[in-house]
Design a protein around this ligand. Structure first.
Ligand code: ASP
Length: 466
């Protein structure tokens, strides 16, 4: 017999159905035993009475929460006074005829029928596969999927194509610290995990892919700080010949307006079109470049999207005692005559724009420098010499020397967007298998040591800490 899903039972009154799923809860009322059976479509109530075959009635007494079972039974309409309007299948129940246990389950390490906020996060992450049975987390993952599907559809309609770019790439001074991966075939050499598809997407533009996007995984080995993840997901895009930065900002705005309307209809956006504010104004008026512009901060459904523009191009990096790029080195400075750089790097602005949502930066983009000399100057003032550029960015300068159109792009950090849109405080609540604030995977117990054989094969020696 073919399986019936819980939600399908409501149209099968009087029929015999075979249900499969998880035992959500068990209640005994005298001799009558009720099981709430859970599957991907929701919950259905099953009734077991002593009138059924003894074998099965005895078996049902052995069942514990989260056992996975198969139940054959008849769909009955519940009497009016027994109907439950809280669940979609509340107008029916299943009179069980037989029962089969498909998988037993140990007692869960914590309750899964609550929102889970009061359970220690370490335990939740250690048993993430149990934690994910929670309705709230399933809803978050579903919304995430629906949003990403819609984003893909919108961009496809606008003529963008999604292209996967390498994750194993080369270590280059693009901005963030990278994770490196030792090469077995070329001992002593390393790949770096892509901190973003930035260089590849610009090379795609040089190849004539005028409209690129990717739901991209990015990896950054940054110092652990609370709510960051060493790997995260961006909606990354790039286009040739943009009509100024406005075209890119408008595109992002259009995507988010459609997403909110369709996937988060309960939300309202503070102001459309998304207002713009310069970096200077944000710093002077609000003391930061990510102002929370909600009109009513107690309103859980308000979304204040704001663009911040005209960031400084360079900032002094005390740690390295040199200048660095505020966004990244490929950003187009507003001052395009390198001669004028001498006037003071701190005064040069960039064609950079961030999108801020309720006080969080959810996207950052820029027009890019496509003039090779200007690009070299930018790198030089940040302390990189010709030799280093040749070693690290030869591919990039070479590609540009074969012709590169004016271009620009933006990337939006989706984890943070989902956290805000789903009213979650932590991005860990919107990621299936997140790492802790200090980048550990508590479930897989990673990072972990590797064997001496593996080290040898890779040509590596580990210095043990004293
Ligand atoms: N690659 C940049 C980032 O990850 C975004 C961009 O400029 O498109 O922040």
């Amino acid at each position: 017999m073919k399986r019936t899903l819980n939600i399908e039972t409501i149209s099968k009154i009087g029929e015999e159905v075979l249900l499969k799923g998880w035992v959500h809860s068990i209640r005994a009322h005298g001799k009558i035993i009720f099981i709430d059976l859970r599957d991907l479509t929701g919950i259905t109530q099953i009734v077991f009475t002593p009138k059924m075959e003894e074998e099965y009635y005895n078996l049902v007494k052995e069942i514990k929460p989260e056992y996975i079972v198969e139940i054959l039974g008849e769909v009955l309409e519940r009497p009016d006074n027994m109907k439950n309007s809280e669940i979609p299948t509340g107008s029916i129940e299943i009179k069980a005829k037989s029962l089969k246990i498909l998988s037993c389950a140990k007692t869960m390490p914590f309750p899964i029928d609550t929102n889970g906020y009061d359970i220690g996060e370490k335990t939740r992450l250690e048993y993430r596969y149990v934690d994910l049975r929670r309705e709230r987390l399933k809803r978050n993952l579903k919304k995430r999927f629906e949003t990403i599907s819609l984003m893909r559809q919108i961009l496809k309609e606008k003529g963008f194509i999604e292209i996967e770019t390498p994750i194993l790439t080369k270590s280059t001074p693009e901005g963030a610290r990278e994770f490196v991966v030792p090469s077995r075939n070329f001992k002593g050499n390393f790949y770096a995990l892509a901190q973003s598809p930035q260089q590849y997407k610009q090379l795609l533009i040089s190849a004539g892919i005028e409209k690129y996007f990717q739901i991209a995984r990015c990896f950054r080995d940054e110092d652990p700080r609370g709510d960051r993840q060493p790997e995260f997901t961006q909606l990354d895009l790039e286009m040739a010949f943009p009509e100024g930065k406005e075209e890119i900002m408008n595109l992002m705005e259009d995507i988010y307006i459609k997403v909110i309307k369709e996937i988060f209809p309960e939300k309202h956006i503070t102001q459309i079109p998304f207002p713009k504010m310069t970096y200077k104004e944000a710093m002077e008026k609000y003391g930061g470049d990510k102002p929370d512009m909600r009109k009513d901060k107690n309103d859980p459904n308000e979304l204040a999207f704001w663009f911040i523009t005209d960031f400084p191009m360079f900032e002094w990096k005390e740690e390295y005692k040199r200048w660095g790029a505020v966004h990244h080195p490929f950003t187009l400075p507003q001052e395009e005559n390198p001669e004028n750089f001498k006037e003071g790097l701190e005064n040069i602005l960039a064609h950079q724009f961030d999108l801020v949502l309720n006080g969080f930066e959810i996207a950052g983009g820029s027009l890019r420098t496509h003039d090779i000399e200007l690009l070299k100057t930018c790198f030089m003032v940040m302390g990189h010499d010709e030799k280093e550029l040749e070693e690290k960015f030869k591919h990039y300068f070479d590609a540009f020397s074969y012709g590169i159109p004016p271009h620009g792009g933006i990337a939006s950090g989706l984890d943070r967007f989902f956290a805000v849109a789903l009213n979650e405080e932590s991005i860990r609540e919107v990621i299936a298998f997140p790492k802790t604030g200090d980048s550990k995977d508590l479930m897989m117990k990673s990072p972990s040591k590797i064997t001496n054989e593996q080290l040898k094969e890779l040509g590596l020696k580990v210095e043990e800490n004293e």
